[in-house]
Design a protein around this ligand. Structure first.
Ligand code: GLN
Length: 446
């Protein structure tokens, strides 16, 4: 049924880069066989899922939506894929995204823009736009995305689904193509909060192959979710509301605040003074890290290689000039600039100091509050082509970026629909490794 659905909606939505219908049917048959034989079935037995194309899937094209990797078939699975396979999931397809996860609209993909299923003249958000659109369009039960500065939560908000950014260190990044390694986390996009906790429970856990993976007793994610939230302390950082916010988003957000009060939460206005610096710090740190991470794409070992060269240096140069898109090149240049001697202290080091201040700010608030509540994005989904400058695009990440900088966890949950019929969402933020308190708030709100 899902394969039929994909065939029907893909010409309009373009959420997918690669579809693996034959392999999916094979995987489903294997599950059926297990069932007939009475063997123990995994928790995702026969559940079809779609994976963002920056996660390595053995033998299946993994392109990060870049010409640079248009022909790349990994010889290994990312840890998250191994974990899903161990639970008998079915891989249906790989999802479209902004090239190497840089963007907020999925317009920088080498494989064309993904359309928002709610209104195909609009973007699905990004960079995990394909992962959000495919769940909204019922092409899969759930998907995985990656979130460096909001790339799971913002597209989830634009497409009216639930999107989770786990605490840094909760989900292994092994086999995720690195964008900004100190910020990247993989997270699920689902129809419900319950599914979100369910998928996190499967993909979370310590992994020796990721040196930043947390060593701890991982909780049972979702446990206690269905208790009420009477007495839950909810902080409203006023800086969020001081920004330019679409009136419909603001209205829906204020209704959400009221709902929390009605459910017995203790809601209080508070302040996150470093909020204003988060976006600038993010674009310095993320660009520095991506400039370093993308240096591996040189045309030698895998991926795209230019046909036009007479020596090695020219081969590197032309491969990278032809293989990377404009936004990727912009970030590489910006990153090299802020890391270069003479500018390192003024930009990169300064951004790292700001990062610490932001983290301290969040720590302070989480001494008082269980969760913080904000809109996920300042606007609903915008029209394709509407953002004509990079800065206009970057401003979209205003509300999601501080969470990655602080290394904490957040979830985006649909809160309503605008007069024009577009979904909007609220974001709930909790302290590091306290996903379960956040799930409780999100489940009750939903
Ligand atoms: N939109 C942000 C950026 O372009 C965030 C991307 C992400 O989270 N991967 O960097």
């Amino acid at each position: 049924a899902y394969i039929d659905r994909i065939e029907r909606v893909e010409p309009e939505v373009n959420a997918l880069v690669t579809t693996c219908a034959d392999e999916a049917l094979e995987a489903a048959k294997r599950v059926d066989k297990k069932r007939v034989k009475g063997e123990l079935l995994g928790r995702l037995a026969g559940i079809p899922a779609i994976i963002k194309d920056n996660m390595c899937t053995k033998g299946v094209l993994s392109t990060a939506s870049s010409k640079m990797l248009y022909n790349y078939k990994p010889v290994y699975d990312a840890t998250v894929i191994e974990k899903l396979k161990a639970e008998d999931y079915v891989l249906l397809a790989k999802a479209n995204m902004d090239e190497f996860a840089m963007g907020s609209s999925t317009e920088t993909s080498y494989f064309g823009v993904t359309k928002n299923p709610w209104d195909t003249a609009r973007v699905p958000g990004g960079s995990s736009g394909g992962s959000a659109a495919c769940v909204a369009a019922d092409e899969a039960v759930f998907s995985l995305g990656s979130d460096t500065g909001g790339s799971v939560r913002q597209p989830a908000a634009f497409c009216g689904v639930v999107g989770l950014k786990p605490t840094y260190g909760t989900v292994s990044r092994f086999g995720l193509m690195a964008f900004a390694s100190s910020l990247d986390q993989i997270g699920p996009l689902t129809k419900t909060v319950e599914d979100s906790a369910f998928v996190l429970d499967i993909i979370a856990g310590n992994d020796k192959k990721d040196s930043t993976s947390a060593i701890m007793d991982y909780p049972r994610y979702g446990e206690g979710m269905k208790q009420g939230i009477k007495g839950l302390k909810v902080g409203i950082p006023k800086e969020y509301l001081e920004q330019e916010i679409d009136p419909e988003v603001r209205r829906s957000y204020l209704e959400a605040v009221k709902l929390f009060e009605e459910m017995g939460a203790v809601v209080e206005e508070t302040s996150l003074p470093t909020f204003d610096y988060a976006l600038s710090a993010y674009y310095v740190i993320a660009s520095a890290e991506v400039a370093s991470n993308l240096s591996r794409f040189d045309g030698i070992r895998y991926g795209y290689r230019t046909d036009h060269y007479s020596d090695l240096k020219e081969m590197y140069k032309n491969t990278r000039s032809e293989g990377f898109g404009d936004e990727t090149k912009r970030r590489i240049m910006l990153g090299n600039y802020v890391l270069s001697s003479g500018y390192y202290d003024a930009y990169y080091l300064k951004a790292l100091k700001v990062k610490t201040l932001i983290k301290n700010d969040f720590d302070r608030l989480f001494g008082k509050y269980d969760i913080l509540l904000s809109p996920t994005a300042p606007t609903p989904a915008f029209e394709i082509g509407a953002k004509s400058t990079p800065l206009e695009m970057y401003v979209n990440d205003l509300f999601t970026v501080p969470v990655n900088i602080a290394g904490v966890t957040a979830i985006s949950v649909p809160s309503g629909v605008t007069k024009e019929g577009l979904p909007v969402s609220v974001q709930m933020i909790a302290k590091a490794f306290d996903e379960n308190t956040m799930f409780r708030a999100a489940w009750n709100f939903e």
